[in-house]
Write a protein that binds this ligand. Sequence first.
Ligand code: GDP
Length: 297
Amino acid sequence: MFENLSERLGGVFDRLTKQGSLSDEDVKTALREVRVALLEADVSLPVARDFVKAVQEKATGQAVTKSITPGQQVVKIVHDALIDTLRGEGEPGALKIDNPPAPILMVGLQGGGKTTTTAKLAKRLKERDGKKVLMASLDVNRPAAMEQLAILGVQIGVDTLPIVKGEDPVAIAKRAKTQASMGGYDVYMLDTAGRLSIDEELMQQVEAVRNVANPRETLLVVDGLTGQDAVHTAQNFDDRIGITGVVLTRMDGDGRGGAALSMRAVTGKPIKFVGLGEKMDALETFEPERIAGRILG
Ligand code: GDP
């Protein structure tokens, strides 16, 4: 469906005479194509614009390496710049979960994959890192969501906090902390309620939970296919709650993953994991190289 960026740029450069270094005009022509490719990959317009500008400054005047064409050279510069932007600080996928019991707050909009990701991450912590994990659902408005987490817990062999009818989210968070301390858990995960869109009530509730839980990690779970919306969501949650990382779900779909670039550029927070399906094993550490390749097509 998408034209490969290298081919597209190759075509552009075939029409240009080869010179000793990349001229202003060469770079401009190539970067117009790069911009189109980024927008097709769902990168938001201001982010695509800033990105192209930064690359333009870097590329202009660079000596053309003999072994590759100018088109390939621009692609390489763009590729390296993408990876630089996508890569967060520290080890990819690392979580601050020392000092047990470490609270992890899971936030996001309804339907983004929060509950599924909570369970996937719990399974990963248990199996890869040997952690004893407790999960608690704080979605008091949706009993089905609380049930869903309990069912997933049984499926993956991870404990969930027993459901007590009528309790508010802050009380559940406190109870989770007590149970995690008394039960010798390494980590407890708080799966907060989502809404279809960001609203004041949701934010106040998540804020109140954050204040009592004092989470070591606050992970925003967002649907990677929602492009521009995902960026707004990330910005809102980060401004209001302060996130420590992002999990991009549905990266098994057809999307090109441009939301990853936009989110990194806008929030500066690391993308820690990607969701690659509905199964409990379908969670992987975020790899900037893979997404960069996908964005460039
Ligand atoms: P929540 O409302 O944010 O808690 O969302 P859920 O965890 O209930 O997920 C909503 C739907 O998305 C469920 O059917 C999940 O199985 C599905 N889902 C979650 N993550 C992924 C993913 O990475 N890939 C795919 N294909 N589906 C996912």
